[in-house]
Design a protein around this ligand. Structure first.
Ligand code: KIV
Ligand code: ZN
Length: 389
């Protein structure tokens, strides 16, 4: 049976914590609208207690967004909570995301709070939020380095006080997928009425495992993935929502889940965020990088031209991208002939025997042979009467 998995985007909060990224209010509203259009179920709209400007941005997003749930973030501090509640009064659908760290290192060295004090704070602050807002997301920060028994205790306290979704942050990107999945198994075994609540993953990419961890969470009973577009976020960033959504689609055989994501808009959304964040997408980035559907070597190009599925596990069209066959020193004559015919040259196999060595000479001198270079090559060859047209 297929389950529905939700996507919760935090580009405007964790994403904006990326070094050098600073969106203005107009950009934030435009990003929120693009996220809604992409099919994101919940949008983390910011941290309204940070400044008047941040507060105002959350107000504007709350007014602009109609379908998705708008969710500001708050520490378990009354000033933060009040700002989060007030800034979302006009939202069509709203939730409040509250967090407090639960791991020993955060309790002892950052918060200077005992386990008992943390539990009391969770109970008091969630009860306080519940008086104004029904949907509450609770995050035990640094959950993956929290003692399993205390994690259960903290989460049960949050649920008993009124939390409706529990987010499990791998705050420092430390867990392996099997460890992260096991957290959900343990919660299912120990939290009363586990299936009555939303269970979210929030994975950071410090060891390059953010996507694997988010997917492991889904395989082990999570119902939602928190992430960002282009994997923006604190330090090495968060899981890239586009990568996770595409993985769930391409590996439907394994995960058996559906989402509301409009995959065809993936490339367009990634480019939009790239532009506003001034954070370049690496050429070799999965799905949205400029090389993600580019085949250069002769063996790959030949296979691809015979059947794209030889080297593509998804059609670029599925994510709004296009395949390219860049011509370089490893390209074969099949791809060169196809490119020449796209440029309007009718070349026979016999012609190619003369053209290909000329192509190789140019390719040895440059990284990618462009259309202009091919045109010049063909003019030179024709002039030399190596081939005639
Ligand atoms: O990484 C983290 O722990 C967070 C929380 C605020 C959810 O971003
Ligand atoms: Zn985070």
């Amino acid at each position: 049976m297929t389950r529905k998995i939700r996507f919760y985007d935090t580009t405007l909060r964790d994403g904006e914590q990326t070094i050098g990224v600073n969106f203005d209010t107009e950009e934030k509203v435009a990003i929120a609208q693009a996220l809604e259009d992409y099919g994101i179920d919940a949008i983390e709209s910011g941290f309204p207690a940070a400044s008047k400007k941040d507060f105002n941005a959350v107000v504007q997003i709350s007014r602009a967004i109609k379908k998705a749930t708008v969710v500001p973030l708050a520490r378990m501090v009354r000033r933060d909570i009040d700002a989060a509640i007030e800034s979302t009064e006009d939202a069509a659908h709203r939730a409040i995301h509250v967090f407090i760290a639960t791991s020993p290192i955060h309790r002892d060295t950052k918060l200077h709070m005992s386990r008992e004090e943390i539990i009391e704070k969770i109970k008091a602050d969630i009860t306080y939020v519940k008086q104004s807002v029904d949907e509450i997301i609770f995050s035990p920060e640094d959950a993956t380095r929290t003692e399993p028994d205390f994690l259960v205790e903290a989460i049960q306290a949050a649920i008993d006080a009124g939390a409706t979704t529990i987010n499990i942050p791998d705050t420092v990107g430390y867990d392996t997928p099997d460890e992260f999945g096991a957290i959900f198994d343990n919660l299912r075994a120990n939290i009363k009425n586990y299936d009555n609540y939303g269970w979210s993953t929030h994975t950071h990419n410090d060891l390059g495992m953010a996507n694997a961890n988010a997917l492991a969470g889904i395989a082990h009973g999570a119902t939602e993935i928190q992430g960002t577009i282009n994997g923006m976020g604190e330090r090495a960033g968060n899981v890239d929502i586009i990568e996770a959504a595409v993985a769930l689609k391409v590996r439907h055989d394994k995960f058996q889940v559906e989402t509301n994501i409009n995959l065809k808009k993936s490339k367009q959304l990634a480019k939009f965020i790239e532009k506003l964040s001034h954070m370049r997408i690496a050429a070799n980035k999965a799905i949205t990088g400029s090389n993600a559907f580019a085949h250069e070597s002769g063996i790959h190009q030949d296979g691809y031209l015979k059947n794209p599925a030889t080297y593509e596990i998804l059609s670029p069209d599925m994510v709004g991208a296009t395949a390219t066959l860049p011509l370089g020193k490893l390209s074969g004559s099949h791809a060169v002939a196809v490119k020449l015919s796209q440029l309007g040259y009718e070349v026979t196999k016999q012609d190619m025997a003369a053209i290909f060595p000329e192509f190789k000479k140019i390719a040895e001198q440059t990284s990618i042979v462009g259309d202009d270079q091919l045109e010049t090559m063909m003019t030179t060859i024709t002039e030399k009467q190596v081939v005639s047209h």
